[in-house]
Design a protein around this ligand. Sequence first.
Ligand code: IFM
Length: 479
Amino acid sequence: MTQPAATARPGLSADATFPADFAWGVATAAYQIEGGVNEGGRGPSIWDTFSHQPGTTINGDNGDIACDHYHRWEADLDLMAELGIPSYRFSLSWSRLQPTGTGPLNPEGVRFYRDLLAGCTARGITPYVTLYHWDLPQALQDDGGWPARQTAYRFGEYAGLVAESLGDLAEHWITINEPMCAAFLGHSWGMQAPGFKDDGLAVRAAHHLLLGHGLALAEFRSSRPGTKVGITNIIGNLNPATDSPADREATQYWDAVSNRIFLDPVYKGRYADPTVAAYGKYGLTAAGEGAAAGDLVQPGDLDIISAPGDFAGINHYTNMLVSASDSGSTPNWTHVEPAPSSFGWSNTPEALKAVLKRVASEYTDLPLYVTENGVTFHDYVDPNGEVRDPRRIDYLRGYISAVGEAISDGVEVRGYFAWSFMDNFEWAEGYDKRFGLVYVDYGTQARIPKQSAYWYRDTIAEHGGHRALASSAAAGATA
Ligand code: IFM
């Protein structure tokens, strides 16, 4: 592997501490990296359909080939191991495993993921597996998608089959990634699959995604009692733009409909009053009280959704200033400065610390994992063949320090997964946004570790993470 050019290696904050068994990792998701969409018996997903509709993605990009990880996974895992990364979070393509979302699993899909999981272990990399990262089988969309209650039950069945066929190969399982995006970006904002602009559909999808989480957790509990299971929510940090009562109220409203709608049911067993106040018109009730057949929230749903998991996954990217809007209930928001990323998102690590402290103090005693955090810049290969990304190093140094400081302050954070291992298909933004620690040349599929990958390698090693990789590689070799 090309070695890095000499570069400053700024260390983490002196106040940051990390337990010896801290999971240092990177994350990806199936549709964003795999490609091979028509291979191995895979069925179409809503992202295949959506991204092939004109005008849905930048440059008309789609995940047909993506990073071609379906064919290059062994080299990708080799590179991950060479970079000293001990933990890898990736997602399963539901429609590769169960092409129409019902019926038995596709043996070729099972074989692919069994090989991938075994490949991780053989290299000493601990897998963290996500069951659903937004790529619903199209056949289930044709039957109503997440706004339809039966989709939650289909997801529970899929989870049960996955637990049986793959559950022996990984300890940590994440049910759903960012139900907020799947529900609202996909059904209300229209910018992600399946591309609807209907708040009522989004609220129904939100509840059914949470119900699906609970049903999947129950399946793992019954067939794989040794596994650890949780849901990953994306949690933004919200600040009122001014001290005015209107801006403070707008911030609480935004919190209720973007963060609390997913946190309160899972960790407190009820939708919060302000969330119900906002979305009662779409049938949301606190816990299904007085429900009739066919109502959105049924009695018992919140018991399923709030059954105790083993950890709480947190993805964090945004720190926002919220202000009241003159027109309607949807507040205005902007990103707190400095906001240098090519998405215009903030570089304000204290926001991640605030989110971790909030979840620990207001929601749960469960261990927390930062299952995603990262930044996109317009990276390019320089004439020396290197990708210099000092701003990403600065970002990672700040955010990982914030995690370590939260740990020093008593928050139990067990892992950090940088988004992303490599550049990939950034949904509606196509290949325009590069979040990777590893640069991908999409013309040749060459992987070029950016400076930040080497910085992360050294940081992991300095903080003892490489020992996890070495010891589990040794265990894998003797297994
Ligand atoms: O790329 C996405 C990922 O799929 C989900 N979390 C946010 C990332 C960056 O937008």
